[in-house]
Design a protein around this ligand. Structure first.
Ligand code: 3SL
Length: 239
């Protein structure tokens, strides 16, 4: 009998070393808001992005003349061009550009997974394209939730559930406990994901910053069919 492929869910970047396997595709998830913003940036014509973990690196790129997005604790930092709101990447200014981005959690998760055989970016905004592509790859998958400063969060877990629910319909994937659990969670949320997460810590935190519209945008399905993929230091469009 053919061995089934696994879908694993890693709930925190700090746990990634436990999950890492040489042959896996890693899907980095930061629904609120880094990976949603990245998908939006590519959809609006960005050519490449350079995700960096530290603000020092971001500042160095800024000095070199790059457009740079920098956010910490939900706030777009002064002296940079963007934060991590998807809305800030809906501008002609970014067409054909290489943009550097550093965020509280999303770019940290990319950093820990950098040596995986393939790293792609997932968000509700590209979920159908992402799941169709994952189904064709014949590779084990790790859904890496960025969480919040290495702690669990609900919105990334929910997205891991949405992806697991779709992929588990394909009999070539195995029902591991984590994928099964998160797909049960998503079942509870799918009719109204906003209602499901609106009392979660990060939805409340962003709402208090006046960013309810960002939350709603980040939960919307299929705004793009672009899947950003890491190639060396660059995120580019998967072709
Ligand atoms: O983009 C990120 O890294 C986020 O986790 C930060 S925030 O939720 O937008 O504050």
């Amino acid at each position: 009998m053919k061995k089934k492929l696994t879908i694993d869910v890693c709930f925190s970047p700090s746990l990634y070393p436990v999950y890492h396997r040489d042959d896996c595709i890693v899907v980095v998830i930061d629904i609120l808001r880094a990976t949603s913003a990245m998908c939006t940036a590519f959809h609006n014509g960005v050519e490449k992005m350079i995700p960096v973990a530290s603000l020092e690196e971001a500042a160095e790129y800024k000095k070199q003349g790059f457009l740079v997005g920098a956010e910490r604790n939900g706030i777009a930092l002064e002296g940079f061009d963007f934060g991590n709101s998807p809305y800030s990447y809906m501008t002609d200014k970014i067409k054909g550009q290489t943009i550097v981005i550093s965020t509280t959690n999303g770019t940290q998760a990319i950093e820990v997974a950098r040596n995986a055989s393939q790293v792609v970016i997932g968000a509700f905004t590209n979920i159908t394209a992402l799941c169709a592509w994952l189904s064709e790859q014949n590779k084990n998958i790790i859904l890496l939730c960025s969480g919040w400063k290495n702690k669990f969060n609900l919105e990334d877990t929910l997205f891991a559930g949405a992806v697991s629910q779709r992929l588990l319909k394909n009999s070539k994937f195995n029902y591991g406990d984590a994928a099964l659990s998160v797909s049960f969670l998503y079942q509870q949320a799918e009719t109204n994901p906003y209602k499901f997460i609106r009392n979660s810590s990060h939805a409340e935190r962003l709402a208090a910053l006046g960013l309810k519209h960002d939350i709603k945008y980040c939960l919307a399905l299929d705004k793009t069919d672009i899947i950003p993929v890491l190639e060396g230091k660059y995120l580019v469009k998967l072709s």
